[in-house]
Design a protein around this ligand. Structure first.
Ligand code: F6R
Length: 245
């Protein structure tokens, strides 16, 4: 696992965005795995600015998002489909038909998980997956205790995750209790992974990742067994490591 420290959040986003842009230029048909939440927003803004200024094209790129809330339709402002359309897809030239996010509003959730897992396989897997990390080490919505072999599945969200995500809703009660997420096994099949860690609130998680053992009680620890992971961390996230060093 390679660690890249950035002086601040803006620089971290620029470095990660430049990395993604290089990959898209090298392979215009890149299969790109995407995350939502607060951390990637600066990256998406940088990709949009680059697209407008330099014309980097996403016309042939296919995307797969990590997760979606159960019970929200794609036009719900709190859904991850809405987040992605608003924060990235509608501002670059990617056809929406090439953007994939689990459908959280279907009757048969188990079937949807199978469909999504198969869809990724049919595209011969993800070339580059972007990840954030939860305070408890979750990746996607794979909470502590999730099997490292898991495929796309339905999860019950922990109260800490619902609390952390309540900033995107009017109240914590409005945060759905379930989500569909790529499994840890699904994520690990990606050929390359970028993990983004920003802010003081994530420094304990980063410390646990770098210094703890590989264990299902801390989902992100599995990344230490992947051959090609780069961690982009900003100064605030790294601060706590300096204390421990
Ligand atoms: C988002 C996702 C989550 C977030 C994580 C960090 O699609 O799967 O694992 O990456 O919760 O969220 P932020 O960036 O808001 O701190």
């Amino acid at each position: 696992m390679k660690i890249i420290e950035a002086i601040d959040y803006k620089t971290m986003c620029k470095m990660a965005a430049d990395y993604i842009i290089t990959k898209v230029c090298e392979n215009p048909r890149l299969k790109l795995g995407l995350a939502t939440g607060g951390t990637p927003l600066g990256i998406y803004n940088t990709l949009i600015a680059d697209h407008k200024k330099n014309g980097t094209s996403y016309q042939w790129v296919t995307t797969f998002n990590l997760d979606e809330y159960v019970g929200l339709t794609g036009d719900d402002p709190s859904s991850y489909r809405h987040y992605m359309n608003h924060n990235l897809f509608n501002q670059i030239d990617i056809p929406l038909s090439q953007t994939n996010i689990p459908h959280g509003d279907v009757q048969d959730l188990e079937q949807e998980c199978i469909r999504y897992e198969n869809l990724i396989s049919e595209h011969r897997g993800i070339d580059l997956q972007i990840l954030g990390i939860g305070n408890n080490g979750h990746i996607g919505f794979n909470e502590p205790g999730t099997s490292f072999n898991s495929k796309t599945h339905v999860v019950e969200l922990t109260s800490s995750t619902r609390e952390a995500n309540s900033r995107f809703f009017n109240s914590v009660e409005e945060v759905p209790t379930r989500a569909i997420t790529m499994g840890i096994g699904t994520i690990m099949k990606s050929r390359e992974i970028l993990l983004l860690v920003s802010g003081e609130s994530k420094s304990n998680a980063l410390h646990a990742l770098l210094n703890g053992k590989v264990d299902e009680s801390f989902p992100a620890s599995v990344l230490k067994t992947h051959p090609k992971v780069t961690v982009f961390a900003d100064k605030e996230a790294v601060a706590c490591l300096k204390v421990f060093r």
